[in-house]
Ligand binder design. Structure first.
Ligand SMILES: Cc1ncc(COP(=O)(O)O)c(C=O)c1O
Length: 395
């Protein structure tokens, strides 16, 4: 057993702390992972308190617990609590970030081939409204961002590099730190979508070299839905303003004057889902207690095993790209995707379907239709994978 492995006892413990594993084999962790019991209970406890004592009064009582979300996320990402802003979800975080960057007609945004629809569509809007150019960085032979090609695409009108770390449609982990080194070298704004990498792997914003990192709670962090966050580097925060500032982000001083906060929280809205926030805080603390390196090692081990078993099934094709692969496994089979998912669901296996339009550039480039996405987490087991593979083999 390597020092990154969890013991049988530990596996038993975190599985028994996850009520969902007693109902289903959950391979939809890239959709929304199963919450640990402590996380779900915290959300319920918070809402119960609101029910009895009122929303504002509950927020006051829980204020120090609400604050732990900033310190816990900062510990995970190697930044300061003042560099974290709580958002509704990753899409809002991404939007808040790119809209704050002063772009002008003729500027260029560089993004990735495997970009998520909700990241790319707003750039097409910017192209239409503002006249910016939007270019996708080509992939290398591993199917990940080609950093040499990226270097060659840099010119003085490139104002933003905005890419996804782990795309929605497969196991690829893009070389985000190498992209960050290029962005820093040329002093270009760098926005990293870490929506699907947070909670799976160690993340260090210093090493990644990003100015912004956007993410959600419900996926590999195992937090509740309806909450996410944005990291904004302290070095850059004073140079930008969110597209919309409210009284959380700024103070109204006189008839004509407001002053914006000096930290990342100027990107927040005053109103937020605080039950979700305390749940997210718990989820991050829970993950840090288990150890992110160990979580990452187990996820990779389980996903590698799943891929190695799936490729043995005739008619089934695995489509994951990249030199480094994560817990997301995408595949097609000779059976149609929709009925296959329904059959799996019936048999107690949760997976999701990837539509080509979610990551259009990549899916068109690879001529792929709908795929099944089976995304594993550390609380899954080899035995669950064996049952899943057996079931697929039989049908
Ligand atoms: C890569 C990627 N980025 C962003 C998002 C959007 O996240 P959210 O639904 O929290 O806004 C998703 C959601 O699936 C995603 O897969």
């Amino acid at each position: 057993m390597s020092n990154l492995s969890f013991s049988h006892q530990e596996i038993k413990a975190f599985r028994s702390a996850t009520p969902g594993v007693r109902q289903v084999v959950h391979f939809n962790n890239a959709g929304a992972a199963l919450m640990p019991e402590v996380v779900g209970n915290k959300v319920i406890e918070y809402i119960q308190h609101e029910l009895n004592y009122g929303g504002y009064e509950t927020a006051a009582k829980y204020s120090s617990e609400i604050d732990t979300v900033y310190s816990a996320l900062a510990k995970y990402l190697n930044c300061t609590p003042s560099e974290i802003a709580i958002m509704e979800n990753a899409t809002v975080a991404w939007g808040q970030a790119y809209q704050s960057i002063p772009l002008e007609p003729g500027d260029t945004i560089l993004t990735s081939i495997s970009e998520y629809a909700s990241n790319y569509i707003p750039f097409l809007q910017l192209k239409k409204r503002l006249g910016v150019a939007v270019k996708a960085i080509p992939n290398d032979d591993h199917g990940q961002i080609d950093v040499t090609a990226l270097s060659e695409m840099i010119h003085d009108r490139v104002k933003l590099i905005a890419i996804t770390h782990v795309p929605t449609n497969g196991g690829l982990v893009n070389p985000a730190a190498k992209v960050g080194a290029i962005a820093r070298e040329h002093d270009i704004w760098y926005l990293l979508d870490a929506c699907q990498s947070v909670g799976q792997m160690p993340l260090n914003v210093e090493e990644l070299g990003c100015d912004f990192l956007s993410a959600t709670s419900r996926k590999y962090l195992r937090g509740p839905r309806g909450v996410g966050f944005l990291y904004v580097s302290q070095d850059k925060v004073s140079q930008i303003e969110p597209a919309v500032l409210d009284l959380q982000g700024a103070e109204w001083k006189t008839k004509e004057i407001y002053t914006a906060r000096k930290d990342a929280r100027k990107f927040e809205n005053w109103e937020s889902n605080l039950a979700g926030v305390v749940g997210l805080a718990k989820a991050v603390e829970y993950m840090l207690e288990l150890g992110v390196e160990r979580i990452w090692a187990r996820i990779q081990h389980l996903a590698d095993y799943l891929r190695s078993e799936l490729v043995k099934i005739p008619g089934l094709e695995v489509h994951d790209l990249g030199e480094v692969k994560c817990g997301i496994v995408s595949f097609t089979s000779s059976t149609k995707v929709q009925p296959l998912k329904a059959q799996l669901h019936e048999a107690g296996f949760n997976v999701s379907i990837i539509q080509p339009s979610y990551t259009l550039l990549d899916m068109q480039a690879r001529d792929l239709g709908k795929m099944i996405r089976a995304s594993v987490h550390y609380y899954n087991t080899v035995e669950e994978i064996d049952r899943f593979v057996d079931f697929l083999r039989k049908i």
